[in-house]
Design a protein around this ligand. Structure first.
Ligand code: ADP
Ligand code: MG
Length: 222
């Protein structure tokens, strides 16, 4: 298994000392090359689940294993390195750097990790070709359409060949046609690369494209 959540709880302390359980007792296993779609109403714990899987946040109880390493047993530094080396993230609002070019955005995780240009540049070009944006490589990313921006973000997430790809409402800011295109690319790239994929969506049609579907209700699987 690439990702394993075992009986995970996430509890927030509210003002007045009351506790709010964003997740209670959630388990999940995702194998390499397979995909899971997570659905649920706003506030049901979907983003919390992805943050725990990425090691951005820590569970209050229970354990998260990424490639058999338990994230909460690592130091902050080790957890950051695990995330950089093993996890690709895709967000609803792309989170691209508008003053950088398309290929600079795709290459950013490589540069942050200290990879030389000769390593990340050909990989970035190949990924851009795969999503049909090779002719836009030197354009400012701010000139692109939303659908194009999300395809750039997809390339950036995959640059360093992550074992796990996490996408939080990746089509939430796109029209149906572009959403479908991005989802097709996300699923086929993850499968080709052998990455495990977990994505959050509000669309039953897009959820149906995953190997497995899970539905969260108030922090628990339905
Ligand atoms: P979703 O992504 O499904 O909309 P979230 O995972 O963002 O839901 O949030 C789940 C619940 O946890 C919500 O009730 C939310 O208000 C609460 N929550 C999330 N982050 C925090 C936080 N930092 N502090 C307090 N409560 C939070
Ligand atoms: Mg959310």
């Amino acid at each position: 298994m690439i990702l394993r959540l075992h009986d995970v709880w996430k509890t927030y302390q509210e003002s007045g000392g009351r506790e709010r359980h964003a997740l209670h007792g959630v388990s999940l296993s995702v194998a390499s090359g397979t995909s899971v779609a997570v659905t649920g109403r706003s506030g049901s714990g979907k983003s919390t689940l992805l943050h725990l899987a990425a090691g951005i946040d820590e569970p209050t109880r229970g354990s998260v294993f990424l490639l058999d390493r338990e994230l909460s047993r690592l130091s902050d530094r080790e957890r950051t390195l695990e995330r950089r080396n093993r996890v690709g993230l895709v967000f609803q609002f792309f989170h691209l750097l508008p003053h950088l070019s398309v290929i600079e955005n795709v290459g950013l995780p490589g540069r942050i990790a200290g990879d030389p240009d000769r390593v990340w540049m050909p990989r970035a070009k190949a990924l851009l070709a795969r999503v049909g944006l090779d002719d836009r490589a030197t354009d400012a990313v701010g000139q692109l359409s939303g659908g194009e921006m999300q395809r750039v973000a997809l390339c950036r997430a995959l640059l360093r060949r992550p074992a796990l790809l996490l996408a939080d409402e990746p089509t939430g800011n796109l029209d149906d046609e572009n959403g479908r295109l991005v989802m097709d690319l996300l699923l086929s790239l993850a499968r080709d690369e052998g990455a495990a994929l977990v994505y959050v969506t509000h669309s039953a049609d897009l959820a149906a494209m995953a190997d497995e579907r899970r539905h969260l209700v108030s922090g628990e699987w339905e």
